[in-house]
Write a protein that binds this ligand. Structure first.
Ligand code: CMP
Length: 138
């Protein structure tokens, strides 16, 4: 059974022109793009999306950063999509990411880390529903 996950190409990656190269890596890894849109989000929208991190010391700067410029929002599908995307992304901190991963290749810091991917089925369902309406996912 194919599984869906949610991903964001973050403002640092989009700003530096890495969108095409990252999409190519996602495509080469066998993901189908179910839905995709480029959008600049508000700080309030970023706060809602990252609500689980509300109590973290980096919450303010994270939501400021995520609303600082256009990003690419995507729903991706394949067998084992959630775990496979996290593997392709690499560690949260690019300094610890394995060679060949998206964060090793394109990210600059633990915050400006190029890409987001859902970490579990429940979060994928929440995140997909947060950014996409049902009619966009047919
Ligand atoms: P993401 O996978 O989108 O989930 C939460 C985000 O918070 C993470 O990627 C980083 O962008 C950011 N983040 C995680 N840890 C830190 C940290 N220690 N300092 C700053 N930002 C962080």
């Amino acid at each position: 059974m194919p599984q869906r996950t949610f991903s964001i190409l973050k403002p640092d990656a989009v700003r530096k022109g890495y969108t095409g190269a990252i999409l190519a890596a996602i495509d080469a890894a066998g993901f189908q793009i179910v839905a995709i849109k480029k959008q600049t989000i508000s700080k309030a929208e970023a706060e809602g999306f990252y609500a689980v991190h509300k109590s973290k010391p980096f919450f303010g700067e994270l939501t400021e950063y995520m609303s600082s410029g256009p990003l690419v929002l995507m729903v991706l599908e394949k067998e084992n999509a959630i775990a496979d995307l996290r593997k392709l992304m690499g560690a949260t901190n690019p300094a610890n990411a394995e060679a060949g991963t998206i964060r090793k290749r394109f990210a600059e810091s633990i915050q400006e880390n190029a890409i987001h991917g859902s970490d579990a089925e429940e979060t994928a369902a929440y995140e997909i529903g947060y950014w996409f309406a049902g009619y966009e996912l047919i």
